[in-house]
Design a protein around this ligand. Sequence first.
Ligand SMILES: Cc1cc2nc3c(=O)[nH]c(=O)nc-3n(C[C@H](O)[C@H](O)[C@H](O)COP(=O)(O)OP(=O)(O)OC[C@H]3O[C@@H](n4cnc5c(N)ncnc54)[C@H](O)[C@@H]3O)c2cc1C
Ligand code: SF4
Length: 513
Amino acid sequence: MSALRLVLGDQLTQHISALEGIDMDNDVILLAEVRSEATYVKHHKKKIAYLFSAMRHFAQSLRDKGYQVHYTDYLAEDNAGSLSDEVALRTQQYQCHQVICTFPGEHRLLSDMQTWSERLSIPVDIREDTRFIASIQDFADWAKGKKQLRMEFFYREMRKKLNSLMTPEGQPEGGKWNYDAQNRKALPKTLNVPQPTQFTPDTITDEVLALVNKEFANHFGTLDGFHYAVTREDALKVLDAFIQERLALFGDYQDAMAQGEPWMFHSHIGLYLNAGLLTPDEIVQAVEAEYHAGRAPLNAVEGFIRQVIGWREYVRGLYWFKMPGYEKENFFNATRALPGFYWTADTNMNCLQQCVQETHDNAYAHHIQRLMVLGNFALIAGLAPEEVNNWYLLVYADAYEWVEMPNVSGMVLFADGGVLASKPYAASGAYINKMSNYCKNCHYKVKDKTGESACPFNYLYWDFLIRNREALRSNHRMGMIYNTLNKMDETKVIQIQEDARLFLNKLDNHEKV
Ligand SMILES: Cc1cc2nc3c(=O)[nH]c(=O)nc-3n(C[C@H](O)[C@H](O)[C@H](O)COP(=O)(O)OP(=O)(O)OC[C@H]3O[C@@H](n4cnc5c(N)ncnc54)[C@H](O)[C@@H]3O)c2cc1C
Ligand code: SF4
């Protein structure tokens, strides 16, 4: 009796549950580069190259250990084109009596997998993805009966579960759970940002780059300067360099943005973590050890650990808790089409120009660029959630629906009506000016609130609040800001609405803004 062990492109972990208990003599591991997965959205070229190369390296490492691996190349003549057809073809080819796989990261794939047993007339064992600290059931148990699902409280449970940054008495290290009050400093005048860890492509990666260049020529982004790690060994080097060179300042400059500095003091490990080259528990241990050794301050270490075992675990739980249906939520009934500049970077708004260009070049933008520039604009301009989700899912190398959708629909667009966030993350140009140096080089003036030269974020922010007054009426956290709006001079309100109308008309008419 042999089993087909399916390993997906984001499951490149040696101890993935699909491989547990493997019979090395009889079982076959399947990894497949299939058209349906590579093109269901037009993923960034660098994302496809990274995943294909990491899959090929992972398959090689399994073969080196003596496993039987069937690897379906993208251009293989018998490539069946989709995961379900590949599984059907290879179970026949190797006369397998069972399929064993690990829970996928996207609902559409789970629905597909759940049909395989009937289709193939053999058992299909879909095992839990044990790489996460909280199971899907853990989250559902925590969420049950709660009116609000605040990440902060879920995070505390994760800290206790991992015994991370906890004293022997069971209290949070330093007496507080969260040190954000010490984080998020504005950008200083001069700042030396270390270069990101870069790797020269090897033969396998070179072959993949040529393949992607040819087969995915019309996808977003560029392959120029491809430097990502594609093996666990190299991903560990990225983590190590982060710990040595960036961790100590991670908290301080977590929200800072600087022109020409896409990488800042972030870790750049999201794409490795989400594809399985690194696991959250080992990251947390390595980072926590720096605090105990006195090499990194508590605000940085706690802030970083919160991202990994707080936000990351929380959004995964929320995704599965709300799916299916989360993808359709649209609290503000926003319908505007995604403007062309999200693809071309052709805009006079310097902050957006920089963030889109860096996304295009690197398949990466850091959290505040995604949230407070690209996302904030999508929120206050009323862009349709479906289009915004589609964009975020395809442009970033770390994007999979389980992590992208709660961040977009929940955090950025407030499309879930406040399940993830207690109020919309809407901001005027003043926030971007405080946290970056983008405004210095902008066509618009951040200090101008209305008129042709005014920063569009300024009037769009107020216009968003005016447009959605009814929807936000019962949100107590918006009370103060609506009080300010209520006291605003009538002529100013009219001017804001007129400026927003003209700007949004231009956007809808595909004029450069
Ligand atoms: C609109 C929007 C879309 C996003 N889409 C994705 C996505 O598709 N994939 C993705 O992994 N992250 C996404 N994020 C979260 C976050 O922006 C990225 O994880 C982070 O920028 C990756 O870069 P880094 O590895 O340098 O992260 P760092 O800033 O160094 O943070 C460390 C790690 O913490 C985790 N993390 C931090 N914030 C979050 C968060 N909000 N949700 C989940 N994990 C988090 C990530 O694993 C990240 O690698 C999104 C955020 C926003 C606002
Ligand atoms: S002035 Fe406004 S549009 Fe220009 S960079 Fe600043 S925030 Fe962005």
